[in-house]
Write a protein of this length. Sequence first.
Length: 187
Amino acid sequence: MDFGSYLNDFNAMLGRVAPQEVEALVQAVENAYREGRFIFFIGNGGSAANSSHVAEDLAKGTLSDFERQKRMRVLSLTDNVAHITALANDLSYESIFVEQLRHVASPGDLLIAISGSGNSPNVLRAVEWANANGMKTFGVTGYDGGRLRKIAQAGLHVPCHNMGMAEGVHSVVFHYLVEVLHERLKP
């Protein structure tokens, strides 16, 4: 495969993302911001990297006035390595996100769960807990969406069976999210 072919395939995947799902993501984050809720991101591997990246971008990249603008309350639960490894070692890897949520989440907060396959046990467990405890849940998936697509209250799906391409499309959507919110949230 040459780069031109890859770009054509990638652009085709971008074109298959439902615009209403992108707007639903934007609206979910904007609503959480306006309501003063926490926004949590979770994921594994490349989705963990996307989780960290979008959380940082939302926290800083949506600000146009660093002195007077209300801050977005956003946190990636993939970033505390000491806590994650302690939970994985003492409990299980499946508990690394749900146990962090038990510490910091409240009803009405937003959990954005990123999983290319939609079947990551630690992600699913966190979404189940969030649903049962009054949080809003949003799944960002690839492949066929897996179980995450079924249990999240809302979602954005990239119908792609190439993990790297699905994660790349997620990244593009997340950058769009930050750009549009930067404009919408100007004081």
